[in-house]
Design a protein around this ligand. Structure first.
Ligand SMILES: [Zn+2]
Ligand SMILES: [Zn+2]
Length: 342
């Protein structure tokens, strides 16, 4: 038996005793979870919001958790690249390699991906192809941020960041903060981060972001223009998924610059865009859907940047309900559940 958290209904998360997963297919790996993150998408599901046609109305009780790292406890007979005792992280889904998107170079956008949730538990099973070894110098708690970090890597890929560019990131939740840090490490000249929450601004400062803005105290547009000779930023990243952040991301972009919307907006939400302004400034507007295909590059970044300040908020799995309640507060950054000793 093992402990596992399930969503029973709106704001109703329960830790239960379930049978631990066993090897059922030859390519399967069983992982003893060490740390597992609470993702914004899970909070939305817990709060009852629908973010896609496939979530929010699924059967309950539903298993929770898709960001995690742990130690391999068993492997199927056909598993060759992963061994028992290895420290690993796992992509929550992977391309099917069979659909028209996958066969046409678009596997990063595969809609037929295998979704594997249920990491808020002592053990989880995953197919070998989604299991990635962690480097020796990457602690398991930091391994658990691989999935959200991969989303930030994808945002910067989509932004086409080049050295010397000015960057603005609106929203310093994990995805936005990671994107800002990657931009700074990737040669951006100026990185400006904006967030309403004081705790997130403080964390952004600790992570070395040079310009951190409270948009209620200072107008973001003015701050950006002050730092860019009145031109705006070449790369403008939105990592909230709500107004006014989505519109601000467009306002602060320079002529010819690129806006990347990386936040997940609620279904049905619309944003006014001026085609004339878009034409005159010829900015590019892109979205970024997540980095499931980028785990190899993302894992290399785990140990070259000190991410430790971003994984300090930890609750034992036993306190999953308190952890969720805390993660929904203004004070929370990235919240991890500690499952095993790590
Ligand atoms: Zn996530
Ligand atoms: Zn596919």
């Amino acid at each position: 038996m093992m402990r596992a958290a399930f969503l029973h209904g709106q704001l109703d998360v329960r830790l239960e005793q379930r049978a631990a997963p066993q090897i059922e297919r030859p390519d399967e790996v069983i992982i003893a979870v060490a740390y597992t993150g609470i993702c914004g998408s899970e909070l939305h599901a817990i709060e009852g919001y629908a973010l896609s046609k496939r979530t929010g109305d699924g059967p309950t009780p539903a298993p929770l958790g898709h960001e995690y790292a742990g130690v391999v406890s068993a492997v199927g007979s056909a598993v060759e690249t992963i061994r028992v005792g290895q420290r690993v992280t796992v992509a929550p889904r992977g391309p099917c390699h069979q659909c028209d998107l996958c066969r046409n170079g678009g596997s990063a956008l595969c809609r037929k991906t295998t979704q594997r949730g249920g990491s808020w538990a002592d053990f989880i099973a995953a197919p070998q192809k989604l299991v990635h070894p962690l480097p020796d110098n990457a602690p398991l708690a930091i391994g658990a941020i691989t999935e959200p970090l991969s989303a930030s890597v994808r945002i910067l890929d989509r932004a086409g960041l080049r050295s010397g560019m000015n960057v603005c990131v609106i929203g310093a939740g994990p995805i936005g903060l990671f994107a800002a840090v990657l931009a700074k490490q990737g040669g951006a000249a100026n990185v400006i981060v904006s967030d309403l929450r004081p705790a997130r601004r403080a964390l952004a400062r600790r992570m070395g972001i040079p310009v951190v803005v409270d948009p209620q105290a200072d107008e973001l547009y003015t701050v950006v223009m002050d730092h860019t000779l009145g031109r705006g930023v070449e790369v403008s990243i939105e990592a909230v998924g709500l107004e006014p952040a989505l519109s601000q991301a467009i306002q602060v972009v320079a002529v010819g610059g690129t806006v990347v919307w990386g936040g997940v907006a609620p279904m049905g939400m619309t944003v006014p865009i001026s085609p004339n302004d878009m034409f005159m400034r010829e900015y590019t507007l892109r979205t970024s859907w997540g980095g499931i295909e980028l785990f190899e590059r993302t894992i290399r970044l785990l140990s070259v940047i000190d991410w430790s300040p971003t994984v300090e908020e930890r609750f034992p799995l036993e306190q999953v309900a308190q952890a969720v309640a805390y993660a929904r507060t203004e004070a929370a950054g990235k919240v991890l559940l500690q499952v095993a000793g790590g």
